[in-house]
Every structure is written in C-alpha cells, then in structure tokens.
Design a protein around this ligand. Structure first.
Ligand SMILES: Nc1nc2c(c(=O)[nH]1)N[C@H]1C(S)=C(S)[C@@H](COP(=O)(O)OP(=O)(O)OC[C@H]3O[C@@H](n4cnc5c(=O)[nH]c(N)nc54)[C@H](O)[C@@H]3O)O[C@H]1N2
Ligand SMILES: Nc1nc2c(c(=O)[nH]1)N[C@H]1C(S)=C(S)[C@@H](COP(=O)(O)OP(=O)(O)OC[C@H]3O[C@@H](n4cnc5c(=O)[nH]c(N)nc54)[C@H](O)[C@@H]3O)O[C@H]1N2
Ligand SMILES: [Mo]
Length: 764
C-alpha cells in the first residue's frame, strides 16, 4: 500500500455522474471504521496511518485538525472519527507537490483543474513564487520570499491597503503573532473564516449575554434534560458530538432536531468506540424531528416563547433578577401570529405543541446550532430569539443548560480569543499597547466581504492569508476571483494546493507550513502549540511526524521572519525570540488576553484548562445593561416568489469546506459526484423535472441580476416544499457578495432564491 499511497490520481478524476440511492438512517459504526482506515491508508500507507491516528486528541498528542468539538475527560484510544481521520490523512499524506510539479504545470493549467484534483496532489514542499507575467511558479528561498512581501507592504500608501486573512486551523501562538504583526504594521484588516461562519452567533450572543461564545461544557450536555439541535449536521461535521449526545441520552435527555433535512447521524448513531455500536442497531438519538423550512427558526422559537408566556411557564425570579427588556419581548411574543408562524416554519401546530410540552417538562435545556442558523439574512435576530427562549426559563448559567454554538474549524474560536478580529475591543488594544509599547490602530478593519470589495475597487493591494482557501470559500466566485486578480501581491501560508494559489494577484507566493501532525523543532528545542475548542477549553497540541519537507517553516516562524523583514530593527517586539521558544509567546499572551494568566503552567496540565465565562460561571452578564438582554426584533423569514425555491449550500460527507476528500455523500445516498440538487418531488415536478434529470440552478436578485450554476442532477429528497440543497463551494457562484446577514455581514449561504431550469444537455 505504501508505494501506491504516494501516487495522486492522474488526470482530473471529477466525472460528475452521481449515482443515487435512499438516504441512510444511521451514522458511524462499522462502515465508518472501514472508511476511516481506507481513507487514511490510501494517502499514508497502513502503518503510518495507524501510528498517526493513535495520537489524535490524546493528552500527549495533537489536536484533531477536523472540527472544534471538545475532547471528553475520559478518552478512548481512538478519540477521533471517520472525518477527523480524513482530515489527518489529508495532512499526513505521503504525496508531495515539489518544484518539478510546478515546472510541469503552468498556472493556467492548474486553474482549469478542480479543487478536488488540486488538493489530491499532496503537501507543498518549498516556498514558491509567481513573478509578474510569469506562467509558472518557481522555487524561491525563504529570505527572498519575505523580502518580496516586505517590498510590497513597504510600497503601500497606507497600512490599510493590506489585508491579513486567517482560517481557523491556526494555533493560538501563531494567531497571536499574526494579529500583533498586522497591528504593529498599522491595520485592523484581519478578516477570518469566522466572518463566514459563526459571526452571527458572536454578534447575537455578545449583545444578549455579553460573551460571544457558547456557555456550556460537555458536562452540561450530559446533564441536560432537553437538547435541541437546530441547523446542524453533526453526523458529518462534528461526529464526536454524536458520542456526547448518546451519553446525554443514556442519562435521560430528550433530543429534538430542527432541520429541513433528516440527517442520518441525528436519527440513529452506532458508536464506533463501543462493541455494541460497531455491529448493533445503535442508539436512536432524535425523539422529535421538526422538518422546519429554511429560515423558519426565528418564528419557531418566537412561537415557543408565546406558548411559555401564555402558560406562565416562565422563571419570573430569574427574569426579574438577571434580565433586561422582558416587557418588550413579551409584547412581541404575544403578538406572534400563528398563521405566520406556520407559514414561516412549514410545521404543524401539533409539532410545535409537542416541543412546547417537552420544554415545559425539562428542568434544563441546551440549544446547539451551527450554519443552519448563522448563514441567513436574519441570522442574528434568529439566534437572539434562541437566547430569548432560553432566558424565559432561566436556561442560562446553570448546570445542564445554555447556548451551544458548535464551532467549525478546530481553532477558529481560539483565533478570535487571540485577537484575530477586524473590530477589536478597545481594552484588547490597550493591553497590546501596554505590553509591546506601540500604539495599535484604532480604526476598525475589513471583514471578508468588505475585503473583497476593497480588493475589487483597488483600495486593498496586498492579500496575505494564514491558511484557508479564500477565493473558493467566499461568495460570488466570479466577483471574488476578479477582485483577487486586482491585487499587486497575494500570499498564502498553506499546507496543500488549492484554488487560491492559482487565482492570484500580479505576483503570488505560496509559503508552505507545518501541519498539526508534524514535529515543530526550533532553536529552543521541540515546541508545542495550543488551541481552544468550541467550549472554551484550551489545551496543548504536539505533532509527532517528521515534517513533510525539511524546508517547511512553522506558522509562528513565518510571522516572526516576516516581521523582521518588514520592520528590521525598527520594532520593539522581540520577534526573533518568539520563533525560538513559544513559551515566550505564551508569556505575552498571558499578560494581554484575559483568562490566560499563568498560561505556560496551565497549558502543560493534562487536558489543559477551561477559560472563564461570566454567564456560565456566575450568572453575570457583561452586556451594556449589565443584565442578560431580551430582544424584540420583528419576525422575519425568507420570502420566496411563486415557482422559486430557497437553496441552502451545505457540506457533503466527503469534504472539509473547500477540501474535497472524495465524491460520495454516503449518508445522503449520493455516490460518485457532487453536482446534485436535493428537492421535494413536487417542486421538481413543478419545474418539469424528474429524479435523475439534470437542472441548471439560476439565482435571481432584486437588482434584476442572475447567476447560474449548470448541470445538477435532480435528487428527490424528503425536504419541505420550497426548499432545496446543493453542495458548497460549487454553488458559491450563485451568491452575490451583498447577500449577507444583517449586523454580522456573514454571507447568507443558506438562503439563496433560485429557479430550476431543465439543463441544456450541450452545456454539460
Ligand atoms: N467533515 C467535515 N467537518 C466539518 C466541516 C466540513 O466541511 N467537513 N466544516 C467545519 C466547519 S468550518 C463548520 S462551520 C461546521 C459546519 O457544520 P454544519 O453547520 O453542520 O454544516 P452544513 O453542512 O453547512 O450543514 C448545515 C445544516 O443545517 C441545516 N440547515 C440549513 N438551513 C437551515 C435552517 O434554516 N434551519 C435549520 N433548522 N436547519 C438548517 C442543513 O440541513 C444542515 O443539516 O463543520 C465543521 N466540521
Ligand atoms: N456557500 C457556502 N460558502 C461557505 C460556507 C457554506 O456553508 N456555504 N461555509 C463557510 C464557512 S463556515 C467557513 S469556516 C469557510 C471556510 O473557509 P477557509 O477556512 O478559508 O477554507 P478551508 O477550505 O477550510 O481551507 C482549506 C485550506 O487550508 C489550508 N490548510 C489546511 N491546514 C492548514 C494549516 O494547518 N495551516 C495552514 N496555514 N493552512 C492549512 C490548506 O491549504 C487547504 O487548502 O467557508 C465558508 N463558505
Ligand atoms: Mo466554519
């Protein structure tokens, strides 16, 4: 297997001819274990795969580069899941992208390849430079690469003409240095993947509870009597969460799923860590499934609020003591119109009454959510409505209860904590100033969508990305790609090849870096980094593998050397020291970032430590009013014209965001292709289509413009009338840059009005 493992696929294997069978009713179990070993073995060989996977999420190992779900206190030998193993295999692959590869493939050729093909080529081994007008990337020494960036940054009229993007795999140490560098350079232009992800949760929670993070720990989930999972597909995206839900269930919890799609993992779960789960029928997780219409959640939670208030089933003492704004909210809830609620949610009144009964019976309630709530035009009021609902019965700040936004990338939450944010609080900037002796910029910077506009309009000229795949992950692909081509220089710190390396500014650099799985040796000895999971727990991560190439630099080393190239001896920050010994970075973090006192000692404790969270720890709410805020927003839900559908763009089981692992979506019964559109049979028929036909997706906008994505196989699927689903990133072409959530400015990727057109077979 080892020899074969090194070979990437020849040619571009994307033959989009999806084969379809009935969706699965259960997730994980024996089939998943088989897929895990196969996926890892194909890229790494069996021995390396086994040795590496045994170190995932162990106390002496590395943090899984998959999702941000926390590790339990009592770990299994295999504390990872099928999709975590795929993430590890992608990184620990034996395939390599060398300078010879770039000599063989001009950029124009690479730009015609699929994202899947690009990613399958393997790990990048050397810094590569695309000179102005050149057809190919060429190897460049590190020092020269940093000079090139320093020259372009030095030529800008203002520091605000540079954009510094971060994806969510970056460690706390690297993220802290990256934001420090940007601010010493003089800008808050620090957009990150959060802008496209849980920004709506952060906005809503900061305003209402005072902390933009989840308020529950794993222990709370185990103790909860009722868990509502809304807008999330953990079977694919957070598989280890299913073990936690199973444990909660065994402790007596009731689980309610709110989702326009019946997702296999939530229905039934076969725990691969238990003998009974491997072969047996598994645990039924969902007790009540509410097939809500896309965007109907605000109406659902408002309706629950109305029912609780009418029945006086609310916690009057908690409301009086800890909250603000109840009277206005009460008026809005009592005014909720049932016809409108049923139209918005697409649910039966009886279903809502069933959920209401469960809520009233439960002494403690947790609501979990992900992109199904955050990527809507009215995402922020929707999440505020979740908070209203929980506040009514005092379900915040006590055991077994609270808000649980389930974060995506494995350190996306930590990156924010470290100051990767375009709108940093003044107190954070003050602390940076006091620690480092320079005055950080105070003016707010650009988020993802605004950064694209600035690039498009020539207001930003250098784009530097710490990880990620900006052009493929962002909306409005054509607009975003054109914007990127306007830049004078684009730079990507990356592990693997992706679309953002081939749609470039006038000049481009690829700076290859170490991944989580790899040993990080510096002048000061072997280093480790740290991450924060979705529940605010911080712990160490240590890779064990030899680096993919001797030429790789760690992310902290890259920032440190970049800073030295840009600032020379003008800086008062000891950049060179940081590269040698990450304890010195952590010392600084402990003095700048609240909750990190004694960081170096605490991060060395087995299992790490939990960050303070005022609402969770002491029912104090650091909001503007000093209390938890009820909010009374007008009820909103998407308005879809006659004959049109609302499209959500989501993930298949075989992808990690823009990284495509394979062409199957096993649980949904899709094999061998990604261009599928899941629709209700009645909606397909209304468009003159049957299951198996091909349709073009055409999005329509109020300004009269249209965008198209051609050739999607129609799949009859159990989703409410009027709703459709197709995979991202293929569908990003359909979403205009301006179609974003109010307040958070997150692209509304789950709410795209489309029509289905019978596909023109000549265009397929
Ligand atoms: N294997 C794997 N793991 C991942 C990722 C990955 O790509 N692959 N990505 C990571 C990242 S960055 C993130 S942010 C998370 C994403 O995790 P998820 O949010 O689970 O990812 P999506 O595929 O976008 O799924 C959205 C879910 O919400 C539902 N939904 C859509 N719209 C609505 C709505 O209006 N109301 C309700 N109630 N439900 C709705 C969809 O049917 C779907 O089940 O996963 C992380 N983990
Ligand atoms: N239509 C639509 N668009 C969406 C979404 C959606 O649901 N629908 N979801 C949004 C969400 S939630 C998110 S989070 C974004 C994701 O946006 P990004 O985070 O920008 O995208 P990824 O695909 O996760 O980035 C993958 C790349 O990261 C690099 N990489 C991997 N590991 C490392 C590492 O350790 N270090 C470094 N430096 N680089 C590494 C590899 O080169 C890889 O190609 O997409 C958003 N876009
Ligand atoms: Mo995300």
């Amino acid at each position: 297997m080892g020899g074969m493992a090194k070979k990437p696929p020849v040619g571009d294997p994307v033959q989009d001819a999806p084969r379809v069978s009935a969706p699965k009713k259960a997730a994980a179990g024996l089939p998943a274990v088989g897929h895990t070993v196969a996926a890892a073995g194909a890229q790494m060989g069996a021995r390396r795969a086994t040795l590496t996977l045994l170190k995932v999420n162990q106390k002496d190992g590395f943090d899984c580069p998959g999702c941000a779900w926390p590790e339990p206190e009592h770990r299994h030998t295999f504390e990872f899941c099928e999709n975590g193993a795929k993430a590890v295999a992608e990184e620990a692959t034996l395939r390599r992208v060398t300078p010879d590869f770039f000599a063989e493939h001009p950029v124009a050729d690479l730009a015609r390849r699929s994202g899947y093909w690009l990613g399958q080529q393997g790990r990048i081994t050397q810094p590569m430079y695309l000179a102005e007008g050149a057809e190919r990337y060429e190897a460049v020494p590190w020092e020269r690469a940093f000079e090139l960036v320093a020259d372009e940054l030095g030529a800008l009229d203002s520091p605000d003409e540079a954009v510094f993007y971060t994806s969510g795999r970056t460690s706390n140490e690297a993220a802290f240095l990256f934001q420090l560098f940007a601010r010493e350079f003089g800008t808050n232009n620090l957009p990150d993947c959060s802008n496209m992800c849980h920004e709506s949760s952060g906005s809503a929670l900061t305003e209402t509870l005072g902390v933009g993070k989840g308020s529950v720990l794993l222990e709370d989930l185990y103790q909860a009597e009722l868990i509502i999972v809304a807008g999330q597909n953990p079977g694919t995206n957070h598989p280890r969460m299913l073990s936690a839900l199973e444990k909660a269930k065994q402790g007596g919890a009731t689980i309610v799923t709110v989702n326009p799609l019946p997702e296999a993992g939530l229905e039934r779960f076969r725990n691969p860590q238990k003998a009974s789960g491997l072969a047996g029928g598994g645990t039924v997780l969902t007790d009540l499934f509410l097939p809500v219409r896309l965007g109907g959640d605000q109406a659902l939670f408002r309706a629950l609020g109305r029912l609780l208030i009418e029945a006086d089933a609310v916690d009057r003492d908690f409301i009086a003591e800890h909250t603000h704004g109840f009277a206005e909210y009460q008026a809005a809830a009592l005014a909720a119109d049932w016809d409108e609620v049923l139209r918005a949610t697409g649910l039966d009144r009886a279903d809502i009454d069933r959920l209401d009964a469960l809520v009233r019976k439960a002494k403690s309630v947790v609501v979990c959510w992900a992109m199904g709530l955050t990527q809507h035009k009215h995402a922020v009021p929707t999440i505020r409505e979740v908070v209203n609902f929980l506040l009514l019965r005092g379900n915040v700040g006590r055991p077994g209860a609270g808000v649980c936004p389930v974060r995506g990338h494995s350190n996306v939450q930590g990156d924010r904590t470290m100051g990767i944010f375009e709108r940093p609080p003044a107190a954070f900037l003050d602390a940076l100033r006091d620690e480092f002796g320079f005055e950080p910029p105070r003016q707010h910077g650009l988020d993802v969508v605004r950064a694209i506009r600035a690039l498009r309009d020539g207001e930003a000229k250098v784009f530097f990305a710490m990880g990620g795949n900006f052009v493929a992950a962002s909306p409005d692909t054509a607009v975003t790609e054109a914007a990127m081509r306007q830049a004078r220089l684009t730079v990507h710190v990356s592990t693997k090849l992706n679309r953002s390396h081939v749609v470039t500014g006038a000049r481009a650099l690829i700076l290859p870096t170490l991944g989580r799985t790899e040993k990080d040796r510096q002048a000061g000895g072997e280093q480790f980094v740290s991450v924060e999971d979705s529940m605010g727990m911080v712990h160490a991560s240590r890779g064990g593998l030899a680096p993919a190439s001797p030429q790789l630099l760690s992310e902290p080393a890259i920032v440190s050397r970049l800073a030295r190239a840009v600032f020379g001896d003008r800086s008062r920050v000891p950049w060179a020291d940081f590269e040698q010994d990450y304890d010195l970075i952590r010392d600084r973090i402990s003095r700048v970032v609240p909750g990190f006192g004694d960081f170096n000692a605490k991060v060395r404790r087995p299992g790490g430590f939990t960050l303070p969270h005022a609402p969770r720890d002491s029912r104090t709410f650091p909001t503007a009013t000093g209390k938890a805020n009820f909010t009374a927003a007008p009820l909103e839900y998407p308005q879809v014209p006659e004959g049109r559908l609302l499209l959500q763009t989501l993930r298949s089981h075989d992808q990690y965001n823009t990284t495509i692992y394979g062409l199957d979506d096993r649980y949904r019964g899709i094999k061998g292709g990604r261009r599928v559109v899941l629709v209700h049979p009645g909606d397909a028929a209304a468009a003159g289509l049957r299951d198996g036909d091909y349709a073009d997706l055409v999005s329509e906008w109020t300004d009269g413009s249209e965008r198209r994505a051609d050739g999607f196989r129609v799949v009859h699927y159990p989703t409410p009338r009027g709703c459709a689903a197709a995979y991202y990133p293929e569908t990003n072409v359909l979403i205009p840059l301006d179609h974003t959530a109010d307040t958070s400015n997150t692209p509304a990727a789950k709410s795209v009005v489309i029509r289905l057109e019978v596909a023109d077979p000549t265009r397929r």
